[in-house]
Ligand binder design. Structure first.
Ligand code: GLN
Length: 544
C-alpha cells in the first residue's frame, strides 16, 4: 500500500552540526532534476513538538514561510520554492507535533482500539503516510529531515525513513547525508573524524548513506574523499563536495559540475535525459555584471538574526540582480531610531519596514515612515510596515493625533488599524476576540486583490488582479477610510472578497507603497517580484 505510483524517494539527513545548508542542498538538487524534466516534490520533516513554526519567535527559528494555501512553515520551504519554482503546500512541512496530534486524535476516535499506541509502529506509520502524501505522486521526492543525526527528537523520523527505504527497495530510495569537514587553521588540515562519527551514528540506527555531501570551506580533493569513503562504507565516487559559495544560487552548478544528479539517476535507474543548468549559469553571469550599489535600510525588530527576514533579504537581492545592482541591506533596530538621530536615514537610498508583531519599536518605525514620506525617499512597507504608514499619515497629516493600531494600544480613540471584529462594531464598542487560540486566528495564505488602474501598484504589476500571501490579524479600519478621502494617501488595492485595504500609496512621492500582504514569499531569483523590482529601481534612481 505504501508504494503508490512510481515515486522514488531521496532522503536528506544532516550530521555534525546544524545550519549546514541542508535546505539549500536539497533545493539545489531538486532544481537539477526539475530542469532535467522530472516531476519533483520537496518536503521538510521537523522533529520539534510545535504543530507549526507559526508561534515561534523568528529569533529562535528564523522566518515563518507562508505557503499559497496558508500553511505557516519552515523557512526551508522558501528555498524550495525559490530554487525549484514549484509551490509548496500544507503537506510540505511535517512536524513531530503534527504527527503526534494526528495519532492522538485517531486514538481518541478509537481507530487503534485494543492496541497499545507506540512510537513503532503507530508514530512511524503516520510519518510514512505523511511522506507519501507530501510526495504528491512526483517522479522523485526529496525529503529533508530537520535537525542533526544523534538528536533524541529525530529518532522516530529516522526510523521511519529507514523502514520506508527498506519497503521501497534500493532502486527506489536513496539516502544522502550532509556533513561538515572542519578546517583546522593551525595545522592547515581538513578533518574527517566528525563525519566518520556522524555516519557511524546513522549506521547504528540502520541507515547506510548512499551519498555523502561534505560541507567544507574548500573543494575536497581525491585523498580526502578516499579516506572518508573507507571509514564510512560509502564508495569514493559517492562522496561529493559542497564548499562555501559566494552565492547560494551557485550550488546547483556546483553539484552539477560533480555530476551528482547523474550519480542518482544511475543508482535509481531513471531514464537518462539531458541535463540543463542554463537558468543558473545565466543568473551567475548577471550577478557578475552587477557593479553599482544601492543601500536599503531595513527597519526591523529581529535584526540580530538575518534568517528572521530570509525571504525579504532574498527578494531584495533578486530585485537587485534584475536591476543589475548590488543591494546592501542595513539592518536597523527600530528601537534605536529617535527623533534626534532620524537624519542618519538620509544616507539611505530606500527604506523598508518589514512585517512584525507586538509594539516594541513601533514608534521608531513610524518616525522612519514619516522621514521617508517627507524627504522623498522610496519607502516600502510590508504588512506591519503598511499599517505603520497608515498610522503615521493619520497622525501627522490627517491630524488624528492618537491614531494607532489596537495591537499596540487597545484603548486608542483612533483605531485606524484594528481587528475586524473590533471595527465591525460601529458604536465604538469593542468586541474583544478570544486570544487563547493564538495559532489559529490569522488571515493566512494567498488571496485575490483588485488594483486601481491609476496607481503605482498597477504600474508595478501591470495587471488589475493579483494574488498575494497574507499573515496577519489586524486590518486597516474601514470606518476610518473616509478620513483619508482627498488626501495624498490612497488605498489602491482592495481584497476581492471583503474589500479590505490591501495596498496603500502616497501620491506626489517618488515611490511610496505599503501592502498588507507579503510579496517577499513569491519573489524568485530569475524573475524577482514586481514590487521589489520597482522599489529597488526607484531607490537607485533617487540616488543618481
Ligand atoms: N502584527 C500585525 C498584524 O497582526 C502585522 C503582522 C505582520 O506584519 N505579519 O496584523
Amino acid at each position: 500500500t505504501h508504494l503508490v505510483g512510481m515515486t522514488r524517494y531521496v532522503f536528506i539527513t544532516g550530521g555534525v552540526v546544524s545550519s549546514l545548508g541542508k535546505g539549500i542542498a536539497s533545493a539545489s538538487l531538486a532544481s537539477l532534476f526539475k530542469l532535467r524534466g522530472f516531476n519533483v516534490s520537496l518536503q521538510k520533516l521537523d522533529p520539534y513538538i510545535n504543530l507549526d513554526p507559526g508561534t515561534m519567535s523568528p529569533i529562535q527559528h528564523g522566518e515563518v514561510f507562508v505557503t499559497r494555501d496558508g500553511a505557516e512553515t519552515d523557512l526551508d520551504l522558501g528555498h524550495y520554492e525559490r530554487f525549484v519554482d514549484i509551490e509548496m503546500s500544507q503537506d510540505s512541512n511535517v512536524t513531530a507535533g503534527r504527527v503526534y496530534s494526528n495519532v492522538i486524535n485517531k486514538e481518541r476516535k478509537g481507530d487503534y482500539l485494543g492496541s497499545t499506541v507506540q512510537v513503532v509502529p503507530h508514530i512511524t506509520d503516520e510519518i510514512k503516510k505523511l511522506i507519501i502524501i507530501g510526495a504528491k505522486k512526483s517522479d522523485i521526492a526529496f525529503v529533508e529531515v530537520g535537525g542533526t543525526v544523534g538528536d533524541i527528537e529525530s529518532l522516530p523520523f529516522l526510523e521511519s525513513i529507514r523502514q520506508f527505504g527498506l519497503e521501497l527497495g534500493s532502486k527506489n530510495s536513496l539516502f544522502i547525508h550532509l556533513t561538515l569537514l572542519p578546517y583546522i587553521a593551525v595545522t592547515k588540515e581538513i578533518k574527517t573524524k566528525p563525519t566518520q562519527h556522524s555516519v557511524k551514528e546513522l549506521r547504528s540506527i540502520g541507515i547506510q548513506p548512499d551519498i555523502l555531501l561534505c560541507r567544507s570551506s574548500n573543494f575536497i580533493d581525491e585523498s580526502i574523499r578516499k579516506k572518508i569513503a573507507l571509514f564510512t562504507n560509502v564508495s569514493k565516487d559517492a562522496v561529493f563536495s559542497a564548499e562555501d559559495a559566494t552565492s547560494i544560487y551557485d550550488i546547483p552548478i556546483m553539484l552539477r559540475n560533480q555530476k551528482m544528479d547523474d550519480f542518482i539517476i544511475k543508482k535509481m535507474n531513471f531514464k537518462k535525459n539531458k541535463s540543463n543548468i542554463k537558468p543558473w549559469t545565466e543568473y551567475k553571469q548577471k550577478v557578475s555584471k552587477c557593479r553599482q550599489n544601492v543601500k536599503i535600510a531595513m527597519i526591523g525588530k529581529y535584526v540580530d538574526l538575518e534568517d528572521s527576514y530570509k525571504s525579504l533579504n532574498e527578494a531584495l537581492y533578486h530585485a537587485g540582480i534584475i536591476n543589475m545592482l548590488k543591494v546592501d541591506i542595513d539592518y536597523i533596530d527600530s528601537e534605536s531610531i529617535k527623533k534626534s538621530t532620524i537624519k542618519s536615514l538620509g544616507m539611505m537610498d530606500g527604506i523598508l519596514v518589514p512585517g512584525g508583531f507586538g509594539n516594541r519599536g513601533i514608534e521608531g518605525k513610524i518616525l522612519a515612515a514619516e522621514y521617508a514620506r517627507e524627504n522623498g525617499i522610496p519607502y516600502f512597507g510590508i504588512c506591519l510596515g503598511m499599517q505603520i504608514s497608515v498610522i503615521e499619515y493619520a497622525r501627522n497629516v490627517i491630524n488624528l493625533k492618537r491614531a494607532n493600531s489596537t495591537e499596540f494600544n487597545i484603548k486608542t480613540s483612533n483605531p485606524v488599524i484594528a481587528l475586524v471584529d473590533e471595527w465591525r462594531d460601529s458604536k465604538g464598542k469593542k468586541i474583544i476576540v478570544d486570544k487563547s487560540n493564538y495559532g489559529g486566528t490569522m488571515r493566512l495564505g494567498a488571496q485575490k486583490c483588485n488594483i486601481h488602474k491609476n496607481s503605482l501598484a498597477y504600474k508595478m504589476y501591470r495587471k488589475s488582479s493579483i494574488d498575494e500571501r497574507h499573515r496577519h490579524r489586524y486590518e486597516v479600519n474601514s470606518n476610518f477610510v473616509k478620513f483619508f478621502k482627498g488626501s495624498d494617501l490612497i488605498f489602491s488595492g482592495k481584497s476581492a472578497r471583503e474589500g479590505l485595504m490591501e495596498i496603500v500609496e502616497i501620491k506626489n512621492h517618488p515611490w511610496y507603497l505599503g501592502c498588507q500582504f507579503h510579496p517577499e514569499f513569491t519573489s524568485s531569483p530569475l524573475r524577482g517580484h514586481p514590487l521589489f523590482n520597482g522599489f529597488i529601481e526607484a531607490s537607485f534612481r533617487g540616488k543618481i
